[in-house]
Design a protein around this ligand. Structure first.
Ligand SMILES: [Zn+2]
Length: 251
């Protein structure tokens, strides 16, 4: 049986509705004021690299929001180039190479200076990948090189960025991130004293060279979407695969 409700005077009903509306509006205003205050406090006390809504900078250390910001900024050709320029990185825009129907570099460039040069140097990558590579070099590779090896890295050796192929070079399956130059296979490093560190030779080294490689792999996982090292499988025994596409994987 339905509960009996004492009918109220229409004026009382209207007053109650008005009170409820006012209470709702006051509640919403309070929530917005609280959120605004939280954002203001966060911006004062939390470093920029941890705040996803703040602009990306190559100069900031790597933080909790770096990967998301690099992916977002890198997807916008103009914004991506602006961040490179602000970070003191120079580049030359590249035309997309003709390499088959399914492969093309949508937003290609070559980094020309502002970081330890890629070896070989004539390497076209997507702007998004170049942005991630430069953040990794500046904020991970160089600081870790100083800490573990006491010197700078003066060259980043690699097997290439662009390759028109499917994953693992199979006949079938999805295209590799290399098919759009959204990846780089890093094989070693040239140091300021002229010596060399090789992923293949030094990965298992218990000393500073191995520590350097393992730490920059771990640091890379906070910048790139996918990082595959010799820990992942035998195909990666001699290089780090670093890319800004696909799904997050750090191995
Ligand atoms: Zn690769």
């Amino acid at each position: 049986m339905a509960a009996y409700r004492v009918p109220r005077h229409p004026k009382v009903e209207a007053h109650a509705r008005r009170q409820t509306r006012i209470a709702r509006i006051v509640g919403l205003v309070l929530i917005w004021v609280l959120l605004g205050t939280l954002v203001l406090v966060a911006e004062r006390v939390i470093p920029t690299q941890h705040l996803p809504w703040k602009a990306l900078s190559v100069i900031d250390p790597v933080g909790a929001a770096t990967m998301a910001k690099a992916a977002r900024t890198g997807a916008n050709p103009a914004a991506c180039r602006a961040v490179l320029r602000q970070g003191g990185l120079f580049y030359a825009n590249a035309p997309a190479p003709v390499a088959g129907d399914s492969c093309a570099i949508p937003d290609g460039l070559k980094l020309t200076s502002g970081m330890a040069p890629l070896m070989p140097a004539d390497t076209v990558m997507t702007c998004k990948q170049a942005l991630a590579v430069s953040i990794w070099e500046r904020q991970v590779v160089q600081p870790v090189a100083f800490e573990t090896l006491g010197q700078a890295v003066v060259g980043v050796e690699h097997f290439g960025a662009f390759a028109c192929r499917r994953i693992y070079g199979r006949e079938e399956g999805p295209l590799s991130q290399h098919a759009s130059a959204n990846a780089l296979d890093v094989s070693g490093f040239r140091l300021a004293d002229g010596s060399e560190i090789s992923v293949e030779r030094d990965w298992a080294d218990p000393g500073p060279k191995g520590q350097f490689l393992r730490r920059i792999r771990d640091g890379g996982c906070r910048v790139f979407v996918t990082v595959l090292s010799p820990d992942y499988n035998a195909e990666h025994a001699n290089h780090f695969h670093l890319d800004m596409g696909g799904w997050p994987l750090c191995a």
